[in-house]
Design a binder for this molecule. Structure first.
Ligand code: SF4
Ligand code: SF4
Length: 465
């Protein structure tokens, strides 16, 4: 039976999250982990609100339902790993569904329990070598930039020579879209773009550091270029800073010491800019989530870089959030023109997890609609299923497409000129899902493009593309 509930449904207080106690030996005690898994899984079994969020919950519920008793006690703990493996740490169950998160007495944090399981796996050396190597984004990005055409040739999904080999050696599904590389990173481009802030714009005087993020720096510099152009047009002086990746891929693997080390390096450098009056803007929502929420939970209170981490968390913005902040508090520079065709906007899970409201939608709705109509922005609030490095692996790729199918279906039905997601990996994954739906589904408009919302905003200003 599910645990007896002596507590009212949900909590009236604002949700909180406990620090991740990863330096405590108890954190790695497998008996204690198992007891906690059983406690939480039994609560979820009795609740089931999250049945359609991802593949973790269906795997758990199917296992329980297949027992004779229909209860968790008849499921062996050795069968829990697939439940953990299916979690992409999207945080949606914690942020959007669960009434039992702290300070509720049930004290339930499903994603961070999955994280603890992975931390134990990692400590026992069970993280596959291929995943550890594939997610060394700075090393890989620097190497690939030296020979970007070769790297892009090798990673192209149409390459029948290299992709089957990559699948066999590294477990990357041969059909999974992989990000492209550029010989000139975003940080290098910014050094010579000659952009200066518009002195006549209402927001002139603001200063912001763009934390490039590994993805924008190595794989999609045009997101950074668009952000920098929009901000300069609005009077904001920007500097591009990229000390290192935020460590989200290492978080996914449960390597919490590595995450804390990244926080020391990145927060240490960004805190100096904050002291000189700069705001900090992260260009990818997963990285913004790390700066604002995950690092303060992971970096110990007594760590030398704790002060920098707290300072950064208080001054970090998501790019859409920052543009909306300018619009609200200073006013935008004129020049936005309608973009015909409308936008399907996927709200990325890690943007939602920042608890800031649908800022990408608010930003895109600042663009005037065609012929004086309201802006044509249709929002899709479901997980794309990609989950960072998770969705490209052979064992997850089909599941990732299955989870993302409702998003792809809605995007096809809406048939807009732009499909936008703040998460560039999600955007590419949704496009693959749309292609996959086949000829029986509605067809995408011939010219549709997958872009980051800030790229669309820059186009509306006539600044890019
Ligand atoms: S964090 Fe996301 S993927 Fe993980 S269990 Fe919750 S909803 Fe599912
Ligand atoms: S995470 Fe919370 S809302 Fe989701 S199934 Fe479990 S108890 Fe229910």
């Amino acid at each position: 039976m599910s645990e007896t509930c002596t507590i009212s449904e949900g909590s009236l207080k604002a949700p909180t999250r406990h620090p991740v106690d990863w330096r405590n030996p108890d954190f790695y005690d497998e008996g204690k982990l198992d007891a906690e898994l059983r406690r939480v899984f039994d609560l979820c079994h009795g609740c089931r609100r999250c049945f359609n969020l991802c593949d973790s919950f269906p795997r758990l519920f199917d296992m329980i339902d297949a027992t004779e008793s229909g209860e968790l006690h008849d499921v062996g703990s050795d069968r829990f790993k697939p439940v953990v493996d299916a979690c992409t740490l999207c945080d949606l169950c914690f942020m959007t569904k669960c009434p039992y998160v702290p300070p509720h007495d049930f004290d339930l944090d499903f994603p961070h329990l999955m994280l603890r399981y992975r931390a134990i796996e990692h400590r026992k050396g069970r993280t596959p070598l291929a995943i550890r190597e594939l997610t060394k984004t700075d090393r890989n990005g620097k190497l690939a930039a030296l020979a970007a055409p070769v790297a892009n040739w090798a990673s192209d999904t149409g390459n029948m020579l290299t992709r089957p080999a990559l699948e066999a050696v590294a477990g990357v599904h041969r059909d999974a879209h992989l990000p492209r590389f550029h010989s000139k990173t975003f940080a290098l481009r910014a050094e010579s773009d000659g952009l200066t802030p518009n002195r006549k714009a209402p927001a002139f005087g603001r200063k912001a550091v763009l934390y490039a993020t590994c993805f924008v720096n190595y794989n999609n510099p045009s997101i950074g270029t668009a952000a920098r152009a929009v901000l300069a047009h609005n009077g904001v002086e920007t500097e591009v800073v990229y000390p290192a990746c935020c460590g989200m891929p290492q978080l996914e693997q449960g390597d919490l010491a590595a995450v804390s080390d990244r926080a020391a390096k990145v927060a240490g450098e960004l805190a100096g800019w904050i002291d000189r009056g700069y705001d900090v803007i992260a260009l990818v929502p997963s990285c913004a989530l790390m700066l604002k929420f995950e690092w303060p939970l992971i970096v110990p209170k007594d760590a030398p870089h704790r002060t920098s981490v707290e300072k950064l968390a208080a001054h970090a913005f998501d790019i859409s959030q920052y543009v909306v902040d300018i619009a609200r508090n200073a006013g935008l520079a004129p020049g936005l023109k309608p973009l015909p065709g409308g936008v399907t906007l996927h709200l990325a899970c890690h943007a939602r997890a920042q608890n800031m409201g649908p800022k990408a939608a608010e930003m895109l709705r600042l663009i005037p609609g065609v012929d004086g109509k309201a802006p044509d922005v249709k929002v899709v609030e479901r997980c794309s299923g990609h989950g960072g490095s998770w969705g490209i692996m052979t064992e997850n790729y089909e599941v990732a497409l299955k989870i993302g199918k409702p998003v792809a279906t809605q995007a096809l039905k809406q048939s807009k000129a732009f499909v936008a997601s703040e998460c560039p990996l999600a955007g590419a994954h949704i496009a693959q899902g749309m292609e996959r739906l086949g000829k029986d589904a509605p067809q995408p408009p011939a010219e549709f493009e997958t872009l980051h919302p800030i790229e669309i905003f820059a186009r509306a200003y006539g600044l890019a593309g």
